[in-house]
Design a protein. Structure first.
Length: 270
């Protein structure tokens, strides 16, 4: 008999079989609290945590073509600042792998290095996120982790799926649908405008999601499914955005570029 099995036997003998079974039932049963209310406040737990490391994945599918952009970095939920390094898919023509794009996420702005032909290697491209019809939930190739969390403030319906693990952490899995207009109304000031723009810019303001919360209520993994119409070809584009959060409390020293380091010229289309 292993030590783990022996410990289980001692538990049941010492507390009684009924008590041991009842404890297991509580652990496996649904958590207390209405899922909708729990998810609408999940972003607050991230602010309390302060910061984390993150991995992102953005999958886009249209007309039988599917591409995936992956990223990794850190995010400060109190300052609303993040840094990601994105890996683009290989060039369809079979050219050499593209250089990673470094992105800085900030309130109202997205800064990108190695983005666009003709941009000097030491310069950043700045995008005003208020001008983006998707609220920068898709355009940057990754969803801002805090914006991803604040989408849940617009949760309309949700159910508890069950308990599982994400990257070694015990979590509670929820599935539901959020409304971007409602999320915009309830979001922090920095995300109110972008989420409102996304509500108008996407094919639908309804966003299906799966989210996994740890025992402290922090998001460990969240997956959204967005939909928009390609403006040039008028083709529907399905987007699955996955954000993984871990290493809470990690150092997130994000410094924004000085004005002289920002490229002011035109960016060639790739």
């Amino acid at each position: 008999m292993t030590a783990l099995a022996a410990a289980g036997v001692v538990c049941c003998l010492g507390l009684g079989a009924a008590g041991c079974a009842r404890s297991d039932a509580v652990a496996q049963g649904p958590p207390a609290g209405d899922p909708v209310r729990v998810l609408r406040t999940a972003a607050d737990a991230l602010v309390e945590a302060g910061s984390s490391q993150t991995r992102t994945s953005l999958e886009m599918a249209t007309g039988g073509t599917r591409v995936t952009i992956r990223g990794e970095g850190v995010y400060d939920y109190r300052k609303r600042l993040g840094r990601l390094k994105l890996l683009l898919p290989q060039d369809p023509a079979g050219a050499a792998d593209r250089r990673p794009i470094t992105e800085l996420l900030a309130p109202g702005a997205l800064y990108m290095k190695n983005r666009g032909a003709g941009v000097p290697a030491d310069k950043w491209v700045r995008v005003d996120t208020a001008t983006l019809s998707d609220g920068n939930l898709v355009t940057g190739g990754a969803t801002d982790p805090f914006a991803a969390a604040e989408v849940l403030r617009g949760t309309r319906s949700a159910t508890f799926v069950g308990r599982t693990e994400v990257a070694g952490a015990r979590v509670r899995h929820y599935r539901g649908t959020a409304d971007l207009e409602a999320a915009s109304a309830a979001a922090s000031e920095v995300n109110r405008g972008p989420l409102g723009a996304a509500a108008k810019g996407f094919a639908t303001a309804r966003v299906p999601f799966d989210v996994y919360l740890d025992d402290e209520g922090r998001i460990r993994k969240i997956r959204h499914r967005f939909s928009f119409v390609n403006g040039e070809r008028q083709e529907p584009v399905a987007v699955a955005s996955t954000t993984l959060l871990y290493g809470f409390g990690a150092r997130a020293d994000v410094r924004l570029p000085a004005d002289e380091d920002i490229y002011a010229g035109r960016i060639a289309q790739e």
